[in-house]
Design a protein around this ligand. Structure first.
Ligand SMILES: Cc1ncc(COP(=O)(O)O)c(C=O)c1O
Length: 397
């Protein structure tokens, strides 16, 4: 992360194709577009590179989740199990579907704890939503086995793990559906954008229609299309897709650089006995967008954060004290701050979240420090950074 660091001629060329035709929309205007269908092309690229049958682009990673939940038939009365360490988009998309988010603990993979998932299943549970946080994956074998045993659907949020894999299969293609974000700080960026991947052809067809107001996309006259069901506008524009098309041509290179820089930093910290690393269910598949490590106590992590600042190191987070990624700071969710009334079912589920505690996750997230991996560092800079990080950590021991 992030692709914007290496934005250049490939993206400009794709964008210019769109600007020259002036057709900024992904559908229609066939005669004016000089043969350019950037969104379609990016979808085919995703399908080929990820070895999946269908890719549906959307306006964001959040709307990719909205679409995935909709095509899975998730709605009022259903429960979706999600981790308490994720991005706010997880509960936003579940609430938007009318379903109830059920938050559970993460384990030392920093993603869904399969034991906690199994305990949280009720007759209302429909979907289990692992979030492959900070570049690496959940224990997908364990989660798939739980879903199979209980007849549940698996929705992988792979927004932070683009290019990662699990036992030879790309993340985002292993569950019933998977999602990616191409917002400005993701591994590849469209500026704003997202995608839902699936091998289910019904889901693919419904996603295509649902993300464009429920239009059936049959024939050449948009105004004459019928509507098999109600939808929304979650479309990506041709401009955004064009940027993504330029970026995806460099995907392998981005992942190679991330892995190389990650390995150098990890090695620099490995000799410090107080430092431990997250468990990675398939180390070969880590996309290496972040390096995550744990200190023995929360107090020591806080001291490391201060020391990093003093040593001039940037691009790291202790998510326990950050408002974006952990339940502890999601007061707007816990206090049910909504602009509009929510259903009784959702209100009572959110009240329950207020009273819920997450001791295992509190321990892990408070001891964790997550460091960004940049693409533009030279090898010398990464080595210097690793040495500085090690010195900063040793200074507090
Ligand atoms: C795990 C996760 N899911 C979903 C999203 C939402 O993506 P977007 O910003 O494209 O809506 C993000 C964005 O940061 C994310 O990190």
């Amino acid at each position: 992360m992030p692709g914007f660091e290496l934005f250049g001629d490939a993206e400009r060329k794709e964008l210019n194709d769109v600007l020259e035709s002036g057709v900024l929309m992904r559908y229609g205007f066939d005669g004016m577009r000089n043969g350019h269908w950037k969104a379609r092309e990016l979808e085919r690229e995703l399908e080929t590179r990820f070895g999946v049958q269908h890719a549906q682009l959307t306006s964001s990673g959040t709307t990719a989740l909205n679409v995935a939940l909709a095509v899975m038939g998730v709605g009022a009365g259903d429960e979706v199990i999600m981790p308490c360490f994720t991005f706010v988009a997880s509960f936003e998309s579940i609430l938007a579907s009318g379903a109830t988010p059920v938050l559970v603990e993460v384990d030392d993979t920093l993603t869904l704890d399969p034991t906690a998932v199994e305990k949280a299943i009720t007759p209302r549970t429909k979907v289990v939503m692992p979030v492959h946080m900070c570049g690496s994956m959940a224990d997908l074998d364990a989660l798939k086995a739980i879903c199979d045993r209980h007849g549940l659907l698996l929705l992988e949020d792979a927004c932070q793990a683009f290019g990662g894999s699990y036992k030879g299969q790309m993340l985002g293609t292993i569950g019933d559906a998977g999602t990616f974000s191409f917002d400005f700080v993701k591994t590849i960026t469209c500026g704003e954008g997202g995608a839902m991947l699936t091998n289910n052809s019904d889901y693919a067809k419904w996603a295509d229609q649902y993300s464009d107001h429920g239009h059936d996309h049959e024939g050449n006259d948009r105004g004459a299309e019928s509507h098999p069901f109600m939808g929304y506008n979650f479309r990506i524009s041709e401009l955004h897709a064009a940027v993504g098309l330029g970026q995806i041509s460099k995907m392998d290179e981005f992942i190679r650089i991330q892995r190389k820089n990650h390995a150098i930093l990890k090695e620099a910290l490995s000799s410090i006995p107080e430092v431990s690393f997250r468990r990675i269910p398939d180390p070969e598949g880590d996309s290496c967008g972040f390096l995550n490590f744990f200190m023995p106590t929360a107090e020591m992590s806080e001291k490391v954060v201060v020391a990093f600042k003093e040593f001039g190191i940037d691009g790291y987070w202790n998510y326990f004290n950050n408002n974006w990624h952990y339940i502890r700071k999601w007061d707007h969710l816990k206090e049910v701050k909504s602009l509009y009334p929510l259903s009784d079912q959702i209100n009572s589920a959110l009240e329950k979240i207020q009273r819920q505690s997450f001791p295992q996750s509190d321990d892990l997230i408070s001891r964790n420090i997550s460091c960004l991996i940049k693409l533009t560092w030279t090898e010398e800079e990464v080595r210097e950074r690793g040495a500085k990080m090690a010195a900063a950590i040793k200074s507090i021991l």
